[in-house]
Design a protein around this ligand. Structure first.
Ligand SMILES: [Zn+2]
Length: 96
């Protein structure tokens, strides 16, 4: 992700290609963990919260952050862009 070479094949992008592609992948939790209402707090019992807090304590700040939000950026040359579009998610074929 230096903008100069393809992150997939390593080919130089500025010299060899007129076009380059930027792939941005955002992986984030499908809820906002900061939006915990008073009602939620009332519903959950103390033990649940204690075990959750214990779990969070064992994570580093980065690990906790990764569980909530993670961003990837890749530069791709045109041939790699085509290959990438075939299988954006390995193991999941984009049939159709
Ligand atoms: Zn490439």
């Amino acid at each position: 992700m230096d903008g100069i070479s393809c992150d997939r094949c390593g080919k130089g992008l500025l010299l060899d290609e007129d076009v380059r592609y930027l792939v941005q992948i955002v992986v984030q939790a499908a809820y906002d963990p900061m939006e915990i209402s008073r009602e939620d707090l009332k519903k959950s019992n103390r033990d649940e919260w204690n075990s959750l807090l214990k779990k969070l304590e064992t994570l580093t700040e980065k690990e906790a952050q990764d569980q909530i939000h993670r961003e990837f950026r890749f530069d791709l040359c045109p041939p790699c862009q085509r290959v990438y579009l075939e299988t954006p998610l390995p193991g999941l074929s984009s049939a159709g």
